[in-house]
Design a protein around this ligand. Structure first.
Ligand code: SF4
Length: 191
């Protein structure tokens, strides 16, 4: 029986000067900002499209399905929580229609600042939305790019399906695991 147990990773606070960021207009959607979570000094940065809730409606902490599947696959591949920092293309979760390209372009500036500060050894980009934004290529997709290393903004980057896609289509799970093993192998080689 698996001993894996998902946990709510510690949240990295939003920098004080950006706590009230209104640059892209998503503040009007009412979702709160999540700057990142996991180990802020981690060698591997994981990039998702936007943050799922960390609390339910009553304010109790929850570990959403995306986080559960991500943690489970990373753990199965031999990675530890302290190896990973998770952040997002958008630091707020959109809850209705928005100007996708414009908003992503604006918030990508914050991700680029995070990269300059943290300088991760490896990046794992999850899902087509995050991949297209990070690769600055609207045609980029996980299916084509997975299983190889790509130089993006000077960082070694791997891609994998979004954990929610994997939950919806269980046949993707083995590929998702393969992608995390691919990352873990490079990480352990670099250590
Ligand atoms: S999503 Fe990004 S740009 Fe938009 S308000 Fe939040 S931090 Fe600012």
């Amino acid at each position: 029986m698996s001993t894996f147990c998902p946990e709510l990773w510690p949240e990295e606070p939003t920098p004080h000067n950006l706590e009230n960021c209104r640059e892209c207009g998503l503040y009007e959607h009412g979702s709160r900002m999540v700057w990142g979570e996991g180990n802020p000094e981690a060698p591997i940065m994981v990039i998702l499209d936007n943050p799922g809730a960390r609390e339910d409606r009553e304010g109790n902490s929850i570990v959403c399905g995306t986080r559960q599947s991500l943690q489970q696959a990373a753990s199965s591949a031999g990675l530890k929580m302290e190896d990973l920092f998770v952040t997002f293309i958008l630091k707020r979760r959109p809850v209705r229609a928005y100007e996708k390209n414009q908003v992503r372009q604006i918030c990508m500036m914050h991700l680029e600042q995070q990269l300059q500060k943290k300088k991760p050894e490896l990046i794992v980009c999850l899902g087509n939305v995050a991949v297209q934004s990070f690769f600055q290529n609207p045609e980029a997709d996980v299916k084509t790019l997975r299983g190889s290393w790509h130089n993006v903004l000077g960082y070694q980057t791997a891609v994998a399906y979004h954990p929610l896609a994997v939950r919806r289509r269980p046949n993707l799970w083995s590929m998702f695991l393969d992608d995390w093993r691919f990352v873990a192998e490079r990480y352990h080689y670099l250590k």
